[in-house]
Write a protein that binds this ligand. Structure first.
Ligand code: SAM
Length: 337
């Protein structure tokens, strides 16, 4: 594609995101289900202006989210199926969260974040992202559902890439609704587990672990990983935790794990590890890195940067296992020194 066209497509990314977010907010995918509907019927169902909805549907057809079967009549396309809320691979909560008007304000200040190196989210709301979530139960529930949706495909791969059966107690720090621990314990049938997260973070964990049939081997503990984490695990997992925080906060979390761990315990950091040179084949982690800058004050890191964090907290990295998919996720194994 010509360079100027690629640039224009990137610039139009905001419009694509609003088109898809609006489709999700109107519940178009659920209304369409397995059927094809005329835009006037859909306008009635969604309480929208028929002419404007026809234009939205046309834009969605151009993006292959829907297919125009006859002029003005639409059914879901392959890329639109995950917008349905009734599918196991639904991404609807993620689309709603990432296009939530309340969370877009910090993006308007991206230039400021680049100038100052500080997250604009905290400047706008006077608190960090997770403290903000703790005061917004509905948004927090949506965040947990988003993490479940985006984490499930990776969580399913992790036990294929790493042998958990050798551990008696796996403690998932910042384990959210237990999606990853459920997958680990499903494969490691003699192991036990603890999901540790903030009170709002673990709100949905009981339902997930029960549905996965592993609740009898699990404990759910709420707390603050900057103050203390549960003791006595022989494996501490941190998936998508360290990328949320700056180096100082990461070292504190790692030190808490170090303190709680028995001699011979291990740490497993699961993150999207940046290669030393930019990989143009996989832009996703570089874009989440900017999201971390703007919203969280964290960052994506290279293997060397994770090794440095580990050393500062008294750990030595002993192995790095890439996951089996073509993702940039790696499992960084470390032991206390
Ligand atoms: C990006 S999510 C990752 C969730 C899960 N590990 C996954 O990969 O799907 C970060 C998690 O850290 C939790 N968290 C944030 N601050 C925390 C704190 N101070 N103490 C414990 N958990 C916290 C959040 O509630 C959230 O579940």
């Amino acid at each position: 594609m010509a360079a100027h066209q690629r640039l224009m497509n990137m610039m139009f990314g905001t419009i694509c995101s609003q088109v898809v977010g609006t489709a999700a907010r109107l519940g178009l995918a659920d209304h369409l289900g397995d059927n094809e509907l005329d835009h006037r019927e859909l306008a009635e169902l969604t309480d929208t202006h028929p002419g404007a909805l026809a234009r939205l549907l046309r834009a969605l057809a151009a993006l292959e989210i829907v297919i125009e079967t006859h002029p003005g009549t639409f059914r879901l396309g392959a890329a639109g199926l995950p917008l349905r809320t009734d599918r196991p691979d639904s991404q609807a909560a993620a689309v709603l969260l990432f296009t939530d008007p309340a969370l877009l304000d910090s993006w308007k200040l991206t230039e400021e974040a680049v100038r100052t190196g500080q997250p604009t989210f905290a400047g706008l709301y006077g608190t960090d992202f997770f403290s903000f979530l703790a005061t917004k139960p509905e948004l927090s529930e949506r965040f947990n559902a988003t993490m479940r949706q985006v984490s499930l495909p990776i969580a399913q791969l992790i036990p294929v890439s790493y042998d958990f059966t050798r551990y008696h107690t796996v403690i998932d720090i910042g384990g959210g609704d237990g999606t990853l621990l459920a997958q680990i314990l499903h494969g490691a049938r003699a192991s036990h587990g603890v999901v540790f997260d903030s009170p709002t973070g673990v709100a949905e964990a009981s339902a997930t672990l029960t549905a996965a049939g592993v609740a009898d081997r699990c404990r759910i503990t709420a707390g603050d990983f900057f103050s203390a984490v549960p003791q006595g695990g022989d494996l501490y997992v941190l998936k998508n935790i360290l990328h949320d925080w700056d180096d100082e906060r990461c070292v504190t979390i790692l030190e808490q794990c170090h303190k709680a761990m028995p001699a011979g315990g291990r740490l497993l950091i699961v993150e999207s590890v940046l290669p030393d040179a930019v990989d143009t084949a996989n832009p996703a982690p570089y874009l989440t890195d900017i999201s971390m800058l703007v919203n969280m004050g964290g960052q994506e890191r290279t293997r060397n940067e994770y090794e440095t964090l580990c050393r500062r907290a008294g750990f030595e990295v002993t192995a790095v296992h890439p996951t089996v998919l073509p993702t940039s996720y790696s499992l960084i194994e470390a032991t206390p020194v």
